[in-house]
Design a protein around this ligand. Structure first.
Ligand code: SF4
Length: 381
C-alpha cells in the first residue's frame, strides 16, 4: 500500500455517505435515461447503486423532470444528486427528495438576468440548508461565466475556472454554508490535473469532486481519466470521483468499477501516469450522455465516429461528439471538428465556424470530408 497524505478537506455529508476529512473516496455516476421516464431511470439508478455507486446523479432541466424525482426517490436507497444547469430554480422542487444539488456557476446567468449570481447562490444555499442537502459548485471548461472569462487572456482557460470556483466558495463561506464541494472539469486530462492542483493549493479545505469531462469511449476514456486521477489522488487531492464514459446505459456500472479500480491501483502503487495517451494522434472526446441527450442514437454515433476515423489515428486532430445543445456548442469549442446532437439532425462545426445540421445518416460522410481537408491542409502540403 502507498502512504498518501490527503488534503485536510472538511467533511461533507451526502445522504448516507460522507466525503472529505479522510473518508474513503466516493465513486459516483450519472443516469442517461430521460428523467421523466421514471421506470427506466429507477432501473438505472438501482443498477448503479447495486454496482456500488456512493452517489447517483440525475439531470433536471424543467418542471416535469423535477416532479419525476419524487417517484425516483421512492423507488431507491441510493444517495441522489441532481444536476442543475440553466434552470437552477428547480432546486426548490427536487431538494426534499435528494441529498445533493449540483449547480453550474457558468449557467446561472441564463435565467432571471436581473438577479445577481450572488442572490441565486444565496437562494440555492438556503434551499439546500432547508432540505439537508449538500451543494456542488460544478465548474466546466466549456461553460465558464462569460463575465469571468473576459477578465483573463483568451488562451488561458484554467484561471477563469479557478476564479469562478473561488468566488462561489467565498460567498458560500460568508453565508456560513460549508456543506459544499467543488468540481473543475475539462476534457483534457492535463488541464484537469493543473486546474485541480492550483485550486487545492489555494483551498486545501474544500472537498474536490474529480472528473475528466467527456472522457469518451473506453478504453481511451478510461486511460485519460486514469492519468488525471493518478496525478491528483496520488498527491492527496480528490474526495469523490466520476468517470465519464460514453457507453450504453446497461454498461454505465463500468463507470463505478473503473473508478474503484483506479483508486485501488493508486493506493497499491500501480500507477501508469507516464503513459502518453497518444497526445500526437487523433483525439476523440465525447460526453457520457445524460437525460438531456437529444437522440438515443448518440452513443452509437460516437462509436461510429471512432470507427470511421481509425484511418486518421496518426494525425493530431481533436473531434468532439456531444449529446445535446445544452453543453454541446460550448464543449466543442476547443475541438478541430465538433458535433452535437439535435432530435433529427447533427450539428457540425470546424473550430468555431458552424457548418450546418446534417441528418444522422449523412453526418459521417460530411465529417469524413472535413477531416480529410484538415489532414491535407495540415499534414500534406
Ligand atoms: S453534452 Fe448534453 S447530453 Fe452530453 S452529458 Fe452534457 S448535457 Fe448531457
Amino acid at each position: 500500500m502507498v502512504e498518501i497524505k490527503r488534503n485536510p478537506t472538511r467533511a461533507v455529508k451526502i445522504g448516507t455517505t460522507t466525503i472529505g476529512a479522510g473518508h474513503p473516496i466516493a465513486v459516483q455516476s450519472m443516469t442517461a435515461t430521460k428523467t421523466t421516464d421514471v421506470a427506466a431511470t429507477v432501473e438505472l439508478v438501482n443498477l448503479l447503486y447495486n454496482a456500488g455507486a456512493d452517489v447517483v446523479r440525475i439531470a433536471v432541466d424543467n418542471k416535469k423532470d423535477a416532479e419525476a424525482v419524487q417517484s425516483i426517490r421512492d423507488a431507491t436507497q441510493a444517495n441522489l444528486s441532481v444536476d442543475l444547469q440553466e434552470n437552477y430554480r428547480m432546486a426548490a422542487v427536487v431538494a426534499p427528495f435528494v441529498n445533493k444539488l449540483r449547480y453550474n456557476p457558468g449557467h446561472l446567468h441564463h435565467h432571471e438576468r436581473t438577479k445577481t449570481w450572488q442572490d441565486k447562490v444565496r437562494w440555492l444555499s438556503d434551499v439546500a440548508n432547508a432540505n439537508d442537502c449538500a451543494l456542488r459548485v460544478g465548474v466546466n471548461c466549456g461553460s465558464v461565466d462569460p463575465a469571468i472569462k473576459a477578465r483573463f487572456p483568451e488562451n488561458d482557460s484554467i484561471t477563469p475556472m479557478i476564479a469562478s470556483a473561488m468566488e462561489n466558495c467565498e460567498l458560500l463561506d460568508t453565508l456560513g454554508f460549508l456543506r459544499y464541494c467543488v468540481s473543475l472539469k475539462d476534457s483534457d486530462p492535463s488541464k484537469v490535473v493543473e486546474v485541480n492542483r492550483r485550486f487545492a493549493e489555494q483551498r486545501p479545505d474544500v472537498p474536490l469532486h474529480l472528473g475528466v469531462t467527456e472522457a469518451g469511449l473506453p478504453p481511451d476514456g478510461v486511460i485519460k481519466t486514469r492519468v488525471a486521477f493518478e496525478q491528483l489522488i496520488g498527491h492527496g487531492v480528490g474526495d469523490t470521483v466520476r468517470v465519464s464514459l460514453t457507453v450504453p446505459n446497461h454498461r454505465k456500472p463500468e463507470e463505478i468499477s473503473v473508478g474503484r479500480q483506479i483508486i485501488d491501483d493508486i493506493y497499491a502503487g500501480k500507477v501508469r501516469s507516464v503513459v502518453d495517451f497518444n497526445r500526437d494522434g487523433l483525439n476523440i472526446i465525447s460526453c457520457p450522455s445524460c437525460s438531456r441527450v437529444e437522440n438515443e442514437a448518440f452513443v452509437q454515433l460516437a462509436e461510429n465516429v471512432k470507427e470511421m476515423t481509425r484511418y486518421a489515428e496518426q494525425h493530431r486532430v481533436t473531434i468532439a461528439v456531444m449529446g445535446c445543445r445544452v453543453n454541446g456548442p460550448g464543449e466543442t469549442d476547443d475541438a478541430d471538428l465538433g458535433l452535437w446532437c439535435g432530435p433529427n439532425f447533427v450539428n457540425l462545426k470546424r473550430g468555431t465556424e458552424e457548418l450546418g445540421a446534417f441528418p444522422y445518416d449523412e453526418i459521417l460522410a460530411r465529417l469524413k470530408s472535413e477531416l480529410d481537408s484538415i489532414i491535407v491542409s495540415r499534414f500534406h502540403h
